[in-house]
Write a protein that binds this ligand. Structure first.
Ligand SMILES: [Zn+2]
Length: 229
């Protein structure tokens, strides 16, 4: 098993796209968005204000006639500088490389279990800039155990399911939260695939420092291997 990359296991699970939102992917209604520090459009956006950041996302969706803007895997971002949760004013430890995929769309959008599994853990991560309400599912595929993390949900989402509950593939497990509850971001899903949860519950780093990126890239392969957007 050791010699098989986790990303190759994920590739073997399904040849069809897996759904993680209640919005059908018809093609053009999902548009890629660059939120890296190299996107100079962001220089003019005050991302410390979720309201102004939200207006930027809404305008981007409108311009592109899209319902969902997606992207961000291994993107190096400046938007975390606003929070000491990620940035302790020290470049050596600053966490700014994003380890999941983000899907920016309307709050209240349904969030679906990508695969069948059980609810591993549920937590409201309330640091400024953190995930807010979060659900982690545990999956078995052949003899491999892995996890999927769904962050920035609504409060109701974490009061419905219970740890140990079984979920079916495509089951609605929650809804996207507003900036009031989701860590102060425009509404979006942070979706991440994790091989080793490292003993954590209801939480796992969604961004890392550049010195740790090799480890995290192996432990958290690109979620778009499953979503195929
Ligand atoms: Zn994210």
């Amino acid at each position: 098993m050791q010699s098989i990359l986790f990303s190759d296991v994920l590739k073997s699970i399904c040849s069809e796209p897996l759904e993680v939102l209640s919005i059908d992917h018809t093609g053009d209604n999902f548009v890629y968005i660059d939120l890296s520090k190299t996107n100079s459009d962001l220089d003019a956006v005050d991302v410390s204000s979720s309201e102004k950041f939200h207006k930027y996302i809404e305008a981007y969706l409108r311009t592109n006639k899209a319902d969902v803007a997606y992207g961000g895997y291994l993107e190096t971002r400046s938007i975390y500088k606003r929070s000491i949760h990620f940035n302790k004013q020290d470049v050596a430890t600053e966490r700014n490389i994003h380890l999941g995929i983000d899907l920016w769309c309307q709050d209240g959008t349904g969030v679906l279990a990508v695969l069948e599994g059980i609810v591993h853990s549920i937590k409201n991560n309330t640091n400024y800039g953190d995930y807010g309400p979060t659900i982690i599912l545990k999956h078995h595929y052949q003899d491999v155990i892995f996890y999927t993390l769904y962050g920035h949900l609504s409060i109701e989402s974490i009061n419905t399911l219970k740890v140990g509950d079984s979920v079916t593939q495509g089951q609605c497990i929650g809804y996207l939260g507003t900036s009031q509850v989701n860590g102060d971001y425009p509404p979006h899903l942070h979706f991440q695939v994790i091989k080793d949860l490292q003993g954590l519950e209801g939480d796992y780093p969604g961004v890392c420092n550049k010195k740790d990126v090799d480890f995290y890239a192996l432990n958290c392969p690109n979620p778009n291997i499953l979503l195929k957007i």
